[in-house]
Design a protein around this ligand. Structure first.
Ligand code: ATP
Ligand code: MG
Length: 232
């Protein structure tokens, strides 16, 4: 593996508010997420997990520190470059799916597939992506006609539709019953272990902690434990 491989953040800080309301959401956070296994970001409510995910995905900008994907720096590059980075390289999965209810499952995936400016030849078709998440037979359903677990699997297909280098998931099982949560996690673990996409999941769910290959534990905006797998 090349030395620049992965999503590497160094000394990221992010402060919200001023004076008495000032919060250090991230305080000198360094992490290195690599392809090949599932990374879990864990910690109590308010520990900075979502803030870290947002900075790693180019949705938020740190006050200081540095982050790079496969050797290319994306922090401090300005809004245009950051938009390009987010659009072309990063897939997001959220707790409440955020599917467009007036589009079918297939159309939700297809819309995302057309988004990147950087076309990748190896991205599967939208129907193949639905097949990948076990929902080929639900392609024509609208989100309100799907279960929570099915909607989350469509949103994973949608996130994969741009052929992202990184898939960032914030509490992807937070709204699901445990059986659907297990299915969603099995899918994310598979995607991670295929090794083409870096996958990080923010979670409160202890079951995910058990599945993860790499655990980053946060408290008060800091990384307090980092069980990294050995470099291969
Ligand atoms: N936009 C914002 N404005 C002000 N403070 C914020 C903002 N976003 C986050 N914070 C604060 O930063 C800290 C970290 O928040 P963050 O959302 O990253 O935590 P979290 O670990 O994801 O929590 P949860 O598990 O509840 O989702 C919290 O104290 C929060 O109140
Ligand atoms: Mg959060």
């Amino acid at each position: 593996m090349a030395s620049g491989t992965g999503l590497r953040a160094t000394a990221l800080s992010r402060e919200y508010g001023t004076g008495p309301t000032r919060v250090m959401a991230l305080d000198q956070v360094s992490v290195h997420l690599r392809p090949g296994g599932l990374a879990a970001i864990v910690g109590r409510s308010g520990s900075g997990k979502s803030t870290l995910l947002n900075v790693l995905g180019g949705m938020d900008t740190p006050d200081s520190g540095h982050a790079e994907l496969n050797g290319a720096t994306f922090t401090g590059t300005g809004p245009r470059k950051l938009t390009e980075f987010r659009r072309d390289r990063v897939g997001f999965v959220f707790q409440f799916y955020n599917l467009l209810p007036q589009l079918t499952a297939l159309e939700n995936v297809e819309l995302a597939r057309r988004l990147p400016s950087r076309k990748r030849a190896d991205v599967p078709t939208s129907i193949e992506l639905l097949e990948r998440v076990g929902l080929r037979d639900r392609a024509g359903h609208f989100p309100p006609q799907l279960s929570g677990g099915q909607m989350q699997r469509v949103s994973i297909a949608r996130a994969l539709a741009k052929g992202p280098d990184v898939l960032l998931c914030d509490e992807p099982t937070g709204a699901l019953d445990s059986a659907s949560g297990v299915e969603v996690m099995a899918l994310l673990t598979d995607v991670a272990r295929e090794g083409r996409t870096i996958v990080a999941v923010v979670t409160h769910d202890p079951a995910i902690r058990d599945l993860a290959d790499h655990i980053v534990a946060m408290r008060d905006g800091r990384v307090v434990a980092d069980s990294r797998p050995p470099v291969s």
